[in-house]
Design a protein around this ligand. Structure first.
Ligand code: SF4
Length: 393
């Protein structure tokens, strides 16, 4: 028998009342909680995936100002959408949002559908988000189970199921359904979210002020920190890149648009070249060797006299370039499953490339008009720090 099945209906009722009273008095005032508009709830829940509430708030306001309803979002230019999303990361979320908006226009009269299976059928809406929309916007008794909620429920009922395994979700779903009230499921789910993020935290939960203290089995046994059970995630896979900030005679930089599919699809970056770890380490060490083939001129005084002899030939024609001998430093960026390590080189173009659709030359003043993913933003900051471009563009 699972521990939640031991609760009497009186205990469940008391738990629900205590928890909802606590929520009434302690709920966080968040812009998407001002009403029960399913559109606002949906967008906020997608933004909140992998992202902190404080970060999301500004993005949410900007998003709502630009796309006040599903119909506007469905026909928005993708570049505009990605620009608003810039910096939030996980850009496939933004693309999925627009795909789902189009589906709603085509199949649901431009409205969020009102049943769980229909909501869950929309692109980018998983079980958690579907449960949140169904319960908060439409009052359906559906649990919304994310990592925070699994932590609370695992402690409440001493659940040993490994939260890293997708199959364990079913166990938490059953536990939550046992205590979810039919009358205010949306508030109850939001109370769980708030409790998980502010009181029942991963380390040192603040049980002294917890409204579920009287019902919590882990608290009663003092073993809160044994829950949730979670097998270790694989560390993100390291990937190594060289990045090339190449400036032409008009003080413009060569940017490349990434392919249609895959990580950071269609976003703009400096040219990047993937290398092995060994090659990367060699480039870290081996600057300051070799001879530059040109004579140094006043115009090239930023470029040192020596160049990396073996800086690789990019598959893209970027003209003839002389390189500054020292790299400008490195940045790292973690995507959920990958860790990018990027070494930045600066070069000046001394002979133009042949006209090409692959390369766009852009002045640093115009960078804000492009959608730059986080690693590219960090590379631009590195360029600024090293004085290769003005700090106030
Ligand atoms: S009593 Fe402590 S461990 Fe239990 S739900 Fe509350 S904060 Fe979490």
């Amino acid at each position: 028998m699972n521990n939640w099945e031991r609760l009497s209906s009186k205990e469940i009722k008391n738990l629900q009342e205590d928890f909802l009273n606590w929520y009434d008095q302690n709920r966080r005032n968040l812009p998407w909680r001002e009403n029960h508009d399913p559109y606002r709830i949906w967008i906020s829940e997608i933004m909140l995936q992998q992202t902190r509430v404080v970060t999301v708030i500004d993005y949410f306001y900007r998003f709502m100002a630009a796309f006040p309803d599903i119909a506007t979002l469905a026909v928005a230019p993708e570049e505009q959408l990605l620009k608003i999303w810039e910096g939030l990361g996980y850009y496939s979320r933004a693309r999925n949002i627009q795909a789902a908006a189009k589906e709603m226009v085509e199949k649901f009269n431009g409205q969020m559908p009102r049943t769980l299976p229909e909501i869950a059928s929309l692109k980018g809406i998983g079980p958690y988000t579907a449960g949140a929309i169904a319960s908060i916007a439409f009052g359906l008794p559906e649990p919304a189970i994310d990592g925070n909620v699994m932590r609370v429920v695992s402690r409440l009922f001493e659940i040993d199921a490994d939260i890293a395994k997708p199959a364990s979700r079913k166990v938490f779903d059953q536990g939550m359904r046992q205590i979810l009230p039919k009358t205010a499921p949306g508030d109850f789910n939001q109370a769980m979210m708030d409790l998980g993020s502010s009181i029942c935290t991963p380390k040192s939960p603040n049980c002294a002020v917890c409204p579920l203290q009287n019902y919590c089995l882990a608290y009663q046994k003092g073993n809160q920190e044994n829950y949730p059970v979670k097998t270790k995630k694989q560390p993100p896979k390291p990937m190594y890149y060289l990045a090339f900030a190449i400036e032409n005679s008009e003080q413009e930089y060569g940017l490349i648009q990434r392919g249609e599919q895959g990580l950071l699809a269609k976003m703009w970056t400096f040219p990047l070249l993937e290398v092995t770890k060994e090659e990367y380490q060699r480039y870290q060490r081996s600057y300051n060797t070799g001879q530059l083939e040109l004579e140094r001129t006043a115009d090239l005084d930023f470029v040192a006299e020596e160049a990396l002899p073996e800086l690789p030939n990019l598959a893209i024609d970027l003209g003839n370039v002389v390189w500054q001998t020292r790299h400008l430093g490195e940045i790292s960026h973690i995507f959920s499953h990958l860790k990018w390590q990027v070494l930045l080189f600066y070069g000046r173009q001394i002979q133009e490339n042949s006209p090409s659709d692959q390369v766009r030359w852009v002045s640093a003043h115009d960078f804000p008009n492009f959608v730059f993913p986080k690693p590219q933003q960090k590379l631009v900051a590195l360029l600024q720090k090293n004085g290769a471009i003005s700090k106030d563009f």
